[in-house]
Design a protein around this ligand. Structure first.
Ligand SMILES: NC(=O)c1ccc[n+]([C@@H]2O[C@H](COP(=O)([O-])OP(=O)(O)OC[C@H]3O[C@@H](n4cnc5c(N)ncnc54)[C@H](OP(=O)(O)O)[C@@H]3O)[C@@H](O)[C@H]2O)c1
Length: 225
């Protein structure tokens, strides 16, 4: 990840960079979770560069079920010949990733994080990491990653994963592409959901460290406070 200090060898987890695109009302998809292509061409290119510069890209199984992303680097968007691909990590406690999902297509290293008791088998070559009893414990998972060669991790979503990562303060930097659109409605997922925030003590406070126009929208960079 360009511009970021190298992870310390003593750090118990990778350097974690959260990245997503949101509407101006904080939604990351359309009603019911239907995929919204919120990034401008300039932002799409930035995201591909981020993927290319990290060791792994992580999403929750909800995003796999909804969007079926490849999580590959689209070198054509970068205008570069294909280089090494980051690993793909799916957080999937119960093994709900469909057999035909693009993340299981064998074209890049793939890790699936499951919880204890998950009996699902995955195609040969897929690395299964058991981290957590009933649900994947992201803190425990992240601590395993440096030993698996992942020192720079990009977290792309979706809403539930972002919520867990924010609430547990498991990130070092967060970049948000703000698209100039209002989505609205009751079922379009917002950036973070989960347990109610009843006061300032539960809110996740961020410090804004950069703002930059990117095509029609803008990119805001935050660090945890
Ligand atoms: N705009 C953007 O940048 C962007 C990027 C990515 C996704 N999205 C959108 O996000 C939506 C999907 O979000 P989502 O919330 O439904 O799914 P998600 O966050 O991708 O995945 C959530 C699932 O992850 C599993 N999980 C396991 N351990 C977890 C933990 N500790 N914390 C949180 N989740 C855990 C849970 O399933 P199990 O209990 O079965 O393990 C959970 O249902 C889609 O609409 C997609 O289009 C938008």
């Amino acid at each position: 990840m360009s511009g970021e200090a190298a992870p310390s060898p003593t750090r118990p987890r990778p350097t974690v960079w959260v990245n997503f695109a949101a509407s101006e009302d904080g939604r990351i998809a359309y009603a019911g979770g239907l995929r919204a292509r919120l990034s401008s061409p300039e932002d799409l290119r930035r995201v591909q560069q981020m993927r290319a510069n990290c060791d792994a890209v992580l999403v929750g199984v909800g995003t796999v079920l909804r969007d079926d992303p490849s999580l590959r680097v689209h070198w054509d968007v970068l205008g570069e010949p294909p280089g090494p691909s980051p690993a793909r990590i799916v957080v999937d406690s119960r093994g709900r990733t469909p057999a035909g999902a693009r993340v299981l297509d064998g074209t890049a290293r793939t890790l699936v994080a499951t919880a204890e008791g998950c009996s699902r088998t995955f195609p040969a070559g897929v690395e299964v990491i058991v981290a957590g009893r009933d649900r994947v414990d992201l803190g425990a998972l992240f601590e395993r990653l440096p030993g698996l060669g992942v020192r720079r991790l990009m977290v792309e979503g979706g809403s539930e994963i972002l919520t867990s990562v924010f609430r547990a303060r498991l990130f070092d930097r967060c970049t948000v592409y703000h698209a100039p659109v209002i989505i609205g409605g009751r079922t379009a997922p917002s950036v973070a959901a989960g347990a109610e925030t009843v006061g300032d003590a539960q809110a996740v406070h961020l410090a804004l460290v950069g703002v930059e126009r990117l095509g029609e929208g803008y990119l805001a960079t935050y660090v945890p406070r």
